[in-house]
Design a binder for this molecule. Sequence first.
Ligand SMILES: [Zn+2]
Length: 145
Amino acid sequence: MNKLFGGRAATSDESFPVAHSEEEWRRRLSPEQFRVLRGHGTERAGASPLNAEHRPGTFVCAGCLRPLFASDQKFESGTGWPSFTAPLPDAVETSEDRSLWMTRTEVHCGACGGHLGHVFPDGPAPTGQRYCMNGVAMQFQPREG
Ligand SMILES: [Zn+2]
């Protein structure tokens, strides 16, 4: 793959239903979206307007519009990143991330492989999971009606 992945093999040897060349992704995404989704980046804490998004609706992948999280799975983690207790069924995939001298569980879109964030085992009931997501990697679609 490209050097942005820094040698990580987690997603580069998989194929996803939605696949584009690096050039095509750059055209489709903003520079910040590209840095996070395709380059495994992390947005600045508190940067995303989705932190304050509390309307009913669905959070979808900014890369391919796959529905990822429902608004009723969102909770206030206080981290500065949109946080969820669970994803929608079959929406995301995970892989082990050993960057930054620690082992974390990386979360990516199940359709395009775009990096979304990480999941930690310190979330609230009922799942005990905290899906810590980059807001720039998602778009919010308010429920209609
Ligand atoms: Zn996607």
